[in-house]
Design a binder for this molecule. Structure first.
Ligand code: UN1
Length: 512
């Protein structure tokens, strides 16, 4: 398979070397005079420069988003679903090129870039079905000849703040649901991956235009967190902010949105572990740990950060894992032979180096890796790293967004569980075991305290059909499948008297 070239990607997705960062359908515009540079993390070269949205540009976009909401909510939900079906079709057509853009701008390998676009397509399919079933229950009233029920109504303009590591899928998780729920959306993509933002908007703009839909249904404002991000989270016209990023960022957003009594879906840091029991299928555990820790160069929220291994199999397991690590081909993510691409930027590399230094100072022993590489001159490539260290070490308690895997051993399963939960984050988790007792206890109230808990599959690569998110410092939000759509609508409880006579609840008598 030949490597896909930048020029082809740019042409297919309507990208240019210089662009503007605000859009609500139609032409892109921006008046800030201040540019964000999108760089290829593989060679450090400039991909494009994008003029950021100014606060005034943001206001212009928001006005359209609010207007669009009022028109869009009039459309029956299944008709909204039909539009989302067309968005899914458009994504299918552009899958190759959008997947390649994700690799080019973010640095994940092409198969993972394609997988990310597949998540977008999948959530569109999910949302289409949902559009005929945004249902509430009918409830039993205590009053004679009365009926109670719950309805779900469109909410308003949904703000989406996404991170660089899933630069397109997380937007789609939010927008596909928001749109069938009758909401318009305003997106601030990560300023590290603005081209992905522009490309997605170009794709939906075509669909919306062909269907004569109101401008403002899908909006984008590209800018830094300190300017456009702050404006968005403070905006009282946004009843729901869905944000993915670091725990620190989430604390800020949660605080601001909470203070104005808005809703926030927060999907923040993880510290995901796999417990590998002596009763595990070693081959499966190995494959899952390897993908979880090295896949996406360790830059998934769900990446495996810790292995808690039974002492009986500890040495053998790590010997086999190291053999896999030695075979990792590191390089250009668009080269089909590459297994691990670069980190997103030099700051990420500095974080990687700082984590390794701290681990050593805190008693850690490097079993593999620990080095920065420069295969193309760009200082963004690192060796995937395995460090033997105690769970309670400070550095292990923190999420480092890089391929650094901490390994530790256990004797008894209850000790493994304790270690597992003994971190501030709670996103994803897994146990490898063929013991029903161990597996079930891991999923029980005594077991994993994470939002996602798996048996005999890894921590990353969740399917869109399930609710995605986690507890503790991960922020508590749920996106994507199951009943996450409820966050994008407002609930209304209705009581209807069809008998004519007035009855007070709770037996209250009130007659003159
Ligand atoms: C993220 O890293 O923010 O479960 C999302 C996974 C992907 C999504 C990750 N489906 O790894």
């Amino acid at each position: 398979m030949a490597k896909i070239a930048k020029t082809g990607i740019f042409r297919a997705l309507g990208l240019k070397a210089k662009m503007k960062g605000a859009n609500y359908g139609g032409e892109w515009f921006a008046t800030s005079g201040d540019y964000i540079t999108s760089r290829n993390p593989t060679d450090g070269k400039v991909l494009a420069k994008i003029e950021q949205a100014s606060p005034k540009d943001y206001d212009k976009v928001m006005k359209q988003a609010r207007k669009a909401f009022l028109a869009w909510r009039e459309l029956p939900a299944p008709k909204r679903g039909e539009i989302v079906r067309q968005v899914g079709e458009a994504l299918r057509e552009k899958k190759d090129m959008l997947g390649a853009l994700v690799s080019l701008e973010m640095g994940k390998i092409y198969t993972e870039g394609l997988g990310e676009v597949q998540e977008m397509i999948d959530i569109c399919d999910f949302a289409v079905g949902l559009s005929r079933n945004l249902s509430g229950p009918t409830l039993q009233s205590e009053r004679p000849r009365h009926r109670m029920m719950e309805q779900w109504h469109p909410l308003g303009v949904v703000g989406v703040i996404s991170a660089f590591n899933f630069p397109v899928a997380v937007w789609a998780w939010n927008t596909a649901l928001a749109w069938v729920c009758g909401d318009s959306t305003l997106w601030k993509p990560s300023s590290k991956t603005p081209l992905c933002g522009i490309a997605c908007q170009n794709i939906v703009n075509e669909v919306f235009k062909r269907n004569d839909l109101p401008a403002g249904l899908s909006c984008v404002t590209i800018g830094r967190g300190s300017t456009i991000g702050e404006k968005l989270v403070n905006d009282p016209h946004i009843p729901l902010v869905s944000a993915t990023g670091s725990t620190r960022m989430g604390q800020r957003i949660g605080g601001v949105v909470g203070a104005r009594l808005g809703r926030a879906i927060l999907e923040l840091g993880g510290n995901n572990a796999i417990i590998i029991s002596d009763k595990a299928d070693m081959k499966g555990a190995l494959a899952s740990a390897f993908f979880g820790a090295v896949g996406t160069a360790g830059q998934r929220c769900t990446s495996t950060r810790r292995l808690i291994i039974h002492e009986k199999i500890y040495a053998t397991f790590l010997r086999k894992l190291k053999a896999n690590y030695k075979n990792v081909k590191i390089g250009d993510p668009l080269d089909p032979k590459t297994l691990m691409g670069p980190l997103i930027d030099e700051t990420a590399v500095a974080d990687y180096e700082a984590a390794i230094k701290a681990a050593k100072e805190q008693g850690g022993k490097i079993l593999y890796g620990g080095k920065v590489l420069r295969p193309f001159g760009a200082p963004t490539f690192v060796l995937p790293t395995i460090i033997e260290i105690e769970n309670k070490a400070d550095i292990v308690q923190n999420e480092t967004f890089a391929p650094v895997l901490y390994v530790m051993k256990y004797k008894r399963f209850d000790q493994a569980l304790k270690m597992h939960n003994d971190v501030p984050q709670g996103l994803s988790s897994s146990v490898y075991t063929d013991s029903v007792g161990e597996g079930e206890s891991f999923l029980s109230f005594l077991g994993s305290d994470c939002g996602i808990a798996n048996i005999n599959i890894g921590t990353s690569g969740a399917e869109i059909g399930g609710a995605f998110g986690g507890e503790k410092e991960t922020g508590g939000g749920r996106e994507s499948g199951s009943d996450s759509w409820k966050m994008y609508m407002r609930r209304q409880t209705n009581t209807i008297n069809w008998g004519g006579e007035v009855h007070l609840a709770q037996g209250v008598e009130f007659k003159a």
